[in-house]
Design a protein around this ligand. Structure first.
Ligand SMILES: Cc1cc2nc3c(=O)[nH]c(=O)nc-3n(C[C@H](O)[C@H](O)[C@H](O)COP(=O)(O)OP(=O)(O)OC[C@H]3O[C@@H](n4cnc5c(N)ncnc54)[C@H](O)[C@@H]3O)c2cc1C
Ligand code: SF4
Length: 330
């Protein structure tokens, strides 16, 4: 049985205090919310901090505030189960509620938080393994080694961004609020991510995501479609988030963002631009799916064949557009 290492647990008095304590300890401390991703990784020695800085008791990080006409703010500790079941989110931001509701399995959605989901580690078949497995095959550059086992000639890590909610919040144009020792800052959710399997977040390691701000929902139709081997638990091997604004049947604004196809949530900007001014006729949808799939680069480091996954991106894009288009905007 895999066991957690011995760890010190700190219970900060606020998000700012959590950031200060984490910063003070440098690389020795990590933040923890629900622990659904972090604890298995500690057991597999993918992370080796000696201290965890707990967020789970901080009331300031809880709750859903505001309304869809002016924008909605979700505390980082809102659980995925709460987000998925929230009536206002389901009505006004259905794609977001769907993405949260498709993460993992019910027990993990009860514990896992929306903040943790935005910060969740990138994944790779050669990395998400026990310490002994990784040692036997030779460590890779994401932890303890210096080569990439997927692309041995590559100077970088290609681990995959696999958050279900990250592409959806980017498609919706959301922002995140971060607390650091010197105060708060707000940035577009898209700016939280970097195309690198190791340094996949742009935020400083000690900064705490305190909330997610969804913009006014007026007229936005959204949907999230996910591909995975087992619908009951698996991470996405491809996921597509779509947000559309329509004007009398014509697309006025479109954002398609994909998960599981790169080291960051991948925006299909060319497809978005192509869609504007058009009706969602079958030939348009097929052309958009083709354009959207271009920047998707699945590698051979996740479940199922990567050529097939690339082909499936087109199918998922078509399905996400089909579902978003028939949603009645709030
Ligand atoms: C079997 C299994 C299946 C899973 N399937 C999926 C899936 O299908 N889709 C998916 O997206 N995820 C999946 N996950 C990953 C995980 O359960 C979710 O991403 C969850 O939302 C993580 O939230 P958490 O609160 O548990 O994060 P934690 O495990 O507590 O933390 C995850 C990371 O985020 C950081 N962090 C957490 N909260 C904050 C914060 N507020 N501010 C700054 N940093 C923070 C932590 O330091 C850590 O690096 C799966 C995990 C398991 C074990
Ligand atoms: S992509 Fe390469 S470096 Fe990154 S985790 Fe996988 S094997 Fe390791």
């Amino acid at each position: 049985m895999l066991r957690l290492p011995r760890l010190r647990y700190l219970r900060p008095s606020s998000a700012a205090d959590a950031a200060a304590q984490t910063a003070d300890l440098g690389g020795r401390a990590m933040l923890v919310a629900g622990g659904t991703d972090l604890f298995p990784k500690l057991k597999r020695r993918q992370f080796e901090p000696d201290t965890l800085v707990g967020l789970g008791h901080l009331a300031e990080l809880r709750g859903v505030r505001g309304d869809p006409t002016t924008g909605v703010e979700l505390g980082a500790l809102v659980t995925l189960a709460e987000a998925a079941a929230h009536p206002m989110l389901r009505a006004a931001y259905p794609g977001y509620a769907e993405a949260a509701g498709q993460v993992s399995s019910p027990p993990l959605r009860n514990a896992g938080t929306i903040g943790g989901n935005l910060c969740v580690d990138t994944r790779c078949n050669y990395y998400d393994m026990t310490y002994e497995w990784r040692r036997a095959i030779g460590f890779c550059m994401k932890k303890d080694g210096d080569v990439c086992l997927v692309a041995p000639g590559s100077p970088r890590c290609w681990a995959i961004s696999s958050s279900d909610t990250a592409p959806m919040v980017i498609a919706l144009g959301a922002t995140v609020v971060l607390a650091g020792p010197e105060g708060e800052r707000e940035l577009p959710a898209a700016a939280l991510y970097r195309d690198d399997g190791i340094e996949y977040l742009t935020k400083r390691p000690w900064e705490v995501v305190t909330s997610l701000r969804l913009p006014p929902a007026g007229g936005i139709r959204s949907a999230y479609v996910k591909l995975r081997r087992r619908g009951s638990i698996d991470f996405p091997i491809a996921g597509v988030a779509a947000a559309l604004r329509m004007d009398r049947g014509i697309v006025a604004e479109a954002r398609i963002v994909m998960s599981g196809v790169g080291s960051h949530p991948v925006a299909a900007s060319a497809a978005d631009a192509f869609l504007v001014g058009k009706r969602l006729e079958p030939d348009v949808v097929a052309a958009v799916a083709e354009l959207a799939a271009k920047p998707a680069k699945p590698l051979d480091n996740a479940d199922l064949n990567h050529f097939w996954r690339k082909r499936m991106v087109r199918v998922l894009v078509e399905e996400a557009l089909r579902q978003a288009a028939v949603r009645t905007p709030d």
